[in-house]
Design a protein around this ligand. Structure first.
Ligand code: ZN
Length: 207
């Protein structure tokens, strides 16, 4: 599996914050470096909901509102836009299935984690005990009133995901100058409030 986040040096990845041409170019360059065809990337319009979309080889339209995607199609990459919320990738090696969610406090409150695990169970017969879970760069308790990391880990474990299978490198977006942070851009009064992307896919060579 591949679970990667773009960096500040890759540029802004949100169409809402910069002209379309620049963003498309940034995305294309980043994906190309990873060997990913931009036409195989599935994304949704994020609304801080608990909604999960199941992706087949027909990609969802760009105005599909949701905050999570699942698939068992090899060669389809899932993608979320991030600046402080947690990108959480889930991989079921037994059924070769993946899920990717965008998780902020609102999503946590609305049980998006429960929904993605439930959707993977329903669609792919996933057993939560088999899930390999990875957290991407996101705001840490050092810079936010809530410990989103802990809350998310607790929810995962409550759903029978094994602690040893949860990997959180604890990279705080506010602190790390490698990633965009919405909160930092507000506090420091920056003009740019950009987003990076996190992508998850099953690659053909070594999943
Ligand atoms: Zn921090």
């Amino acid at each position: 599996m591949i679970f990667v986040s773009s960096k500040v040096s890759d540029g802004n990845m949100s169409f809402f914050r910069e002209d379309k041409k620049t963003v498309l170019e940034n995305r294309k360059k980043f994906l190309k470096r990873l060997g990913i065809n931009p036409n195989s990337v599935a994304e949704v319009k994020q609304i801080h909901s608990n909604k999960i979309i199941s992706v087949t080889n027909r990609l969802p339209s760009s105005d599909t509102k949701a905050d999570g995607l699942i698939t068992n199609e090899t060669g389809i990459y899932l993608m979320v836009k991030i600046a402080d919320c947690i990108p959480i990738g889930l991989y079921d090696p037994k059924h070769n299935a993946i899920g990717l969610i965008h998780v902020g406090w609102r999503g946590l409150e609305k049980d998006i984690i429960k929904n993605v695990v439930k959707s993977m169970k329903k669609n792919f017969n996933t057993n939560p005990k088999d899930l390999i879970v990875k957290f991407g760069p996101s705001i840490g308790p050092c810079h936010y009133r809530l410990n989103l990391w802990q809350l998310a880990e607790d929810q995962l474990q409550k759903l029978s995901v094994l602690k040893k299978n949860i990997d959180n490198p604890k990279i705080c977006t506010y602190e790390s100058k490698d990633y965009f942070s919405h909160r930092r851009s507000v506090v420091e009064n920056l003009k740019e409030d950009y987003r990076f992307i996190t992508t998850l896919g099953i690659n053909l060579r070594n999943s």
